[in-house]
Design a protein around this ligand. Structure first.
Ligand SMILES: Cc1cc2nc3c(=O)[nH]c(=O)nc-3n(C[C@H](O)[C@H](O)[C@H](O)COP(=O)(O)O)c2cc1C
Length: 181
């Protein structure tokens, strides 16, 4: 038997941290969970009006970082306070540096950063082209591959308004399914 529930349980959601500059190069960051991959090298995020959207409409650029267990408090802070009211970067003690390819800040506390150009922002839907991806060397294995376990990336659990760590490997993609062919 299945039981219908009132609220949609869409799991998991990513915890994306969007970095932008304002017109004076002051960095800001916000938390966005309603987002994901749109195309091979494009991302999509559903955004209401924020300091972030004001910024990216001017600079035509933003960064995306993936929140981790270590950065959870900072990530949530970026989602509960607006950069229009507080200097979130300063208050959180977040480390930023200039993007190498776009006019947006790299969020150094987060292991992965995507540098994105705004393709479009219309009716609350942001589409961005990923022009570069960089990873903190501390999270790279000796063969150059990404050490996902070490990063402890978190997801947003909408059913309990909590953050959870991305878990263990349980299978091989594009492979295990062939067992049933
Ligand atoms: C877990 C979480 C997820 C969020 N996801 C989104 C989202 O996908 N889209 C959105 O517009 N706002 C989202 N928010 C709200 C913004 O992060 C929040 O309004 C923030 O203060 C905006 O910052 P800014 O004004 O500095 O840009 C989320 C907040 C939290 C805590």
């Amino acid at each position: 038997m299945r039981k219908e529930i009132k609220n949609m349980a869409f799991l998991p959601l990513p915890v994306l941290i969007i970095g932008t500059y304002d017109e004076n190069n002051k960095p800001n960051a916000m938390n966005a969970a309603w987002g994901g991959i749109y195309d091979y090298n494009e991302v999509i995020v559903s955004l209401s009006r924020h300091k972030t959207t004001e910024n990216l409409e001017k600079t035509k650029a933003f960064t995306i970082a993936f929140a981790t267990k270590e950065t959870e408090v900072m990530a949530d802070y970026f989602g509960v306070v607006s950069g229009a009211k507080e200097d979130k970067i300063a208050k959180a003690g977040a480390k930023v540096s200039r993007g190498k390819h776009v006019n947006a800040p790299l969020l150094e506390d987060f292991p992965i950063n995507l540098e994105c150009e705004v393709v479009s922002f219309k009716d609350g839907t942001l589409i961005g082209k990923v022009v570069s991806t960089s990873v903190d060397e501390r999270y790279l294995k000796s063969d150059g591959s990404i050490d996902v376990d070490k990063m402890q990336i978190i997801c947003f659990d909408t059913t309990s308004n909590t953050y959870r760590i991305l878990g263990d490997v349980v299978g091989k993609a594009f492979s295990d399914g062939f067992k049933l062919k």
